[in-house]
Design a protein around this ligand. Structure first.
Ligand SMILES: Nc1ncnc2c1ncn2[C@@H]1O[C@H](COP(=O)(O)OP(=O)(O)OP(=O)(O)O)[C@@H](O)[C@H]1O
Ligand SMILES: [Mg+2]
Length: 248
C-alpha cells in the first residue's frame, strides 16, 4: 500500500490560538482514514488547509509526491482532491439529474466550464446517470433538488463532488443531522465510494468511524494525540481521556 497524501508539521494559528499544531498525517491509497477529536480540536481547520481554503501558518501538504501547500482551492480540486460542498452548491430549482449533469459538464471540454461539445453530450448524460445511481438517487432523478429530504440532499451533494472524478475525497461530518436510517445508508455509500476513491472522513459517530476506517487519527487542541487501527484507538488511554464522559 502506498501513501497517496501526507502532511508534515501542518499548522494553523489564529493569532495566539494554535488551531492546528504540527500535524504529521499520511493516508494510504484506497483506504478510509478517519479524523476524530473533541469539538474545537482543529479537524475542520485541518481540512480547510488541505483544500486550499486556509493558508497554513507552517508545514507542508503533499499529494501524490507533489507539494500543493498554499495552492488555491480550484487548482487543488483539479489535482483530484474533492470536498463535500455545502448545500448551497445545489441548484434547488433544477432536478437531481440537471444538477449532476452540470457538474459533469464542468469537467469536460478544453477549458473547464459548462459548455460542452455536442459529441460529448451522450457521454455526459451516461456519466450523470451513473453518478446518480452510485449515490442512490435514481428514483429521484427528475425530482426538483429543493424538495429532497436532508439525507437525499447530502447524497446529491456527494454526487456533485464525485462528478469531478477526485482521487481523494474529504468528508466533514457527512452524517450530521441525519436520522439513524439515513446514517446507515450514508455508511453503505461511503463503503461503496471507497472502492474507487481514497477517503478522509471527519466524523463524530463512533460506530461509523470504528466500522469503516482502516486508520484513525485523533486530534485534541490542534495536536495529534493518537493514531492507529480502530482497535488501537479504542484501547488508547489518551483518547479515552480526551473523550472523558463520551462513549468510545
Ligand atoms: N476562521 C477562524 N478564525 C479564528 N478562529 C478559528 C477559525 N476557525 C476555527 N477557529 C478556532 O480554531 C479551533 C479549531 O476549530 P475547528 O472548527 O477546526 O474544530 P473542529 O475540530 O472542526 O470542531 P467541531 O468538532 O466542533 O467541528 C477552535 O477553537 C475554533 O474556534
Ligand atoms: Mg468541524
Amino acid at each position: 500500500m502506498s501513501v497517496i497524501f501526507r502532511t508534515e508539521g501542518l499548522s494553523k494559528y489564529f493569532d495566539s490560538l494554535k488551531a492546528v499544531d504540527g500535524v504529521d498525517f499520511a493516508v494510504e491509497e484506497g483506504t478510509i482514514h478517519a479524523i476524530i477529536g473533541p469539538n474545537g480540536a482543529g479537524k475542520t481547520t485541518f481540512f480547510n488547509m488541505l483544500t486550499g481554503n486556509f493558508a497554513p501558518t507552517a508545514g507542508k501538504i503533499i499529494f501524490r509526491d507533489e507539494d500543493i501547500t498554499g495552492l488555491p482551492p480550484h487548482i487543488i480540486t483539479r489535482k483530484g482532491i474533492g470536498r463535500s460542498f455545502q448545500i448551497s452548491n445545489i441548484f434547488g430549482g433544477l432536478s437531481v439529474y440537471e444538477n449532476v449533469r452540470v457538474a459533469v459538464q464542468a469537467t469536460y471540454g478544453d477549458a473547464p466550464g459548462i459548455l460542452v461539445r455536442p459529441k460529448w453530450l451522450d457521454e455526459v448524460d451516461e456519466k450523470a446517470q451513473e453518478i446518480i445511481e452510485r449515490v442512490g438517487l435514481t428514483q429521484f432523478s427528475r425530482v426538483q433538488a429543493a424538495t429532497l429530504s436532508h439525507g437525499d440532499e447530502k447524497r446529491l451533494e456527494i454526487g456533485l463532488v464525485i462528478a469531478a472524478n477526485p482521487t481523494l475525497l474529504l468528508f466533514d461530518e457527512p452524517t450530521a443531522g441525519m436520522s439513524l436510517d439515513e446514517s446507515h445508508q450514508t455508511m453503505d455509500m461511503l463503503q461503496d465510494l471507497a472502492k474507487r476513491h481514497t477517503i478522509v472522513l471527519i466524523e463524530h459517530d463512533m460506530d461509523l468511524v470504528m466500522s469503516l476506517s482502516k486508520q484513525i487519527t485523533v486530534l485534541q487542541n490542534g495536536r495529534k494525540i493518537a493514531e492507529g487501527s480502530p482497535a488501537e484507538i479504542r484501547g488508547n488511554a489518551l483518547v479515552q481521556q480526551a473523550y472523558l464522559g463520551t462513549a468510545i
